[in-house]
Design a protein. Structure first.
Length: 606
């Protein structure tokens, strides 16, 4: 390995630590503390829980995401929408396809709901460590919430600048964080090496058999150790598969050592308020404040990764036409994934603050956590079984089935959280879910109500008017969904109003089911003076339409686009019309210069 290969090898690992493992890396702050608030810290129970933590991370993160899911990608991209796009190609239309689309919608919405709970629980749990600082023991919970809220607001306020500039610092900070987790864990494990025996699965099975139904419900707290595991797959497009995999083995080792160290500490200090903070303070009181500052930085990085993930998912949703168009800003010149969506940013910030005020403590928040994560994992498992059973990798099906069954067991155990705050996961996920359903159905109904004209019928009328020779000098552009079906506004402009330019170009933008890649086709002479300019672009591609037109020698005088004025008594279509009015239209989304724009309104009965 030469020097540059070596530096990129380690560089990839360091970047992955910062961008991917923030969420799962900060779970040792609260996982064991939450579990042992309900379970007596006896030797058998501690060994049983540690064994469950080890096997949960091995099966649900390493096997499901690192080994199976990450072997499925499209041009390096990962995530629920990518699994859906892979399956759509394999399935013929029908019930199975409908089922897959429905599952992917739920998966996306659970992830968006998770984007609210993760920053809230991470930041709150870190700030709560302040009460262990001598002199601050009496700090009121209200003060802690205020500090956590200020940190959260600060995080959302700086989003518009993009994380490009600060992302360089994320990796090294997370490397220091994982290193400190390893050292504090090892220091503790050395005093009781027999704790390592908890790796044996028989301790986990013993615990489950001994505790019956109560043991089953403990799984809903154990899952906290694997939250953020899905980021391995969802963030694959940012960094590539290999660096994330290599970094995961380091992170996995650090986390397990720390959990086992906390286990040793908790056997001798069962009365501790927080086992991670208690352990560090017990080992090195003078290093406790620097460690607390590091913890708060790590949770900010974890929250940042979640926010960037939400922006990515929403952008995929916009370009695959399952979500309304929103104003998107691109904050990096070289990282395609670095985007900023202001409306989502502020909604997310308000939701995070609301959740913090509602639950007040991180252990209360743990009651709302887990449902979305296990739901997403189960959906990923089901989709993987469907994909592997249709490829040459059929030998992976039994493994995927076993993992999905484990996901299901965890998901069912989290159901008991619903009355204790878990319903907030469902409430938070239902908002994007309703939006997606109304938007996708509304778009289809609107298209039918508009009654577009087929190109042949349109051409017949067009040629007669063009032949009169009263055409306007220059070029007029018309935006259409697909060139062979002509929307009513074009018919209104050209046929009814006789607005015909010497050259009329129909522009069509087709989003492909690949993440990246652009292909441009200019078809001339479809009729006298009519050309078609078609851009086929991946759903993660950022388009500069003006630049593409200039490259192809099109300099337009005016650009026409259609605006629908929806009239309806149906409450669902009223909601759809409101969404359409509140979000940018097509030309605003693609940033086309306003000076040349001409919107043509069509009244539609829905």
């Amino acid at each position: 390995m030469n020097h540059s290969e070596g530096s990129s090898y380690w560089g990839g690992i360091v970047k992955s630590m910062g961008l991917v493992f923030g969420d799962i890396g900060t779970s040792p702050i609260y996982t064991l503390t939450v579990i042992f608030a309900l379970t007596k810290p006896t030797v058998d129970n501690v060994f049983g829980i540690l064994s469950l933590v080890f096997w949960t991370m091995t099966i649900l993160v390493t096997a499901e995401y690192a080994w199976l899911a990450m072997s499925l990608g499209r041009k390096g991209e990962g995530g629920t929408i990518v699994l859906k796009e892979i399956l759509v190609r394999m399935l013929k239309s029908g019930r199975q396809l409908g089922f897959v689309v429905f599952l992917s919608y739920i998966g996306v919405c659970l992830l968006l709901g998770d984007g609210v709970i993760t920053p809230a629980i991470s930041i709150l749990s870190a700030v709560e460590g302040m009460v262990l600082i001598p002199g601050l023991e009496a700090t009121q919970q209200g003060t802690l919430i205020l500090i956590a809220a200020i940190i959260a607001v600060g995080l959302f306020v700086v989003q518009f600048k993009g994380t490009d500039k600060v992302a360089g610092a994320f990796g090294p900070i997370m490397v220091v964080w994982f290193t400190s987790l390893t050292i504090s864990g090892l220091t503790s494990v050395v005093t009781m090496p027999s704790i390592v025996a908890a790796v044996s699965p028989h301790y986990a099975l013993n615990f489950m058999l001994h505790h019956g139904l109560a043991g089953f419900f403990v799984l809903s707290e154990v899952i906290l150790c694997a939250t953020g595991g899905e980021a391995l797959y969802a963030d694959m497009g940012h960094l590539g598969r290999k660096p994330i995999l290599r970094a995961w083995y380091f992170a996995f080792t650090a986390l397990i050592i720390n959990y086992f160290g906390q286990g040793v500490f908790l056997l001798s200090h069962p009365e501790a308020k927080n086992y991670l903070f208690g352990m560090v303070q017990h080992q090195a009181p003078q290093l406790y404040i620097p460690f607390l500052i590091l913890t708060i930085l790590a949770t900010i990085i974890a929250s940042q990764a979640m926010i960037s993930g939400v922006f990515s998912v929403v952008y995929q949703g916009i370009t695959t036409r399952i979500m309304p168009l929103l104003k998107v800003d691109f904050t990096s010149t070289h990282l395609k994934s670095q985007i900023y969506i202001s409306s989502i940013n502020w909604i997310l910030m308000l939701a995070v603050l609301f959740i913090m005020l509602l639950f007040k403590k991180s252990e209360n928040l743990a009651a709302a956590y887990g449902l979305a994560v296990t739901g997403t994992m189960t959906i990923t498992g089901i989709m993987m079984i469907m994909i592997f059973s249709r490829t040459t990798k059929k030998w992976k099906v039994p493994l995927a089935v076993v993992i999905t069954l484990v996901d299901l067991i965890f998901f069912v155990s989290c159901m008991n959280k619903i009355p204790h705050g878990g319903y907030w996961s469902i409430v938070l996920a239902s908002i994007p879910f309703v939006t997606i359903l109304v938007w996708t159905r509304g778009q289809r109904a609107l298209y039918r109500a508009l009654k577009p004209l087929d190109f042949e019928t349109f051409r017949f009328a067009y040629e007669q008017i063009y032949a009169k020779g009263k055409n306007i000098p220059g070029t007029g552009l018309f935006f259409v969904k697909e060139w062979n079906t002509v929307p009513p506004y074009v018919v209104h402009c050209i046929i009814r109003s006789n607005i015909i330019y010497e050259r009329n170009v129909l522009i069509s933008i087709v989003r492909t089911d690949e993440p990246f890649g652009q292909e441009i086709m200019l078809k001339t002479g479809l009729a006298t003076g009519i050309d078609v300019f078609e851009i086929q672009a991946g759903y993660m591609e950022i388009l500069d339409i003006e630049a593409r037109l200039k490259e192809n020698g099109i300099s337009e005088k005016v650009i026409f686009y259609g605006v629908e004025d929806i009239a309806t008594d149906n409450p669902i279509w009223k909601l759809f019309a409101t969404l359409k009015r509140q979000t940018p239209n097509f030309v605003q989304f693609y940033r086309i210069p306003a000076a040349k724009l001409q919107g043509v309104v069509t009244r539609v009965e829905m």
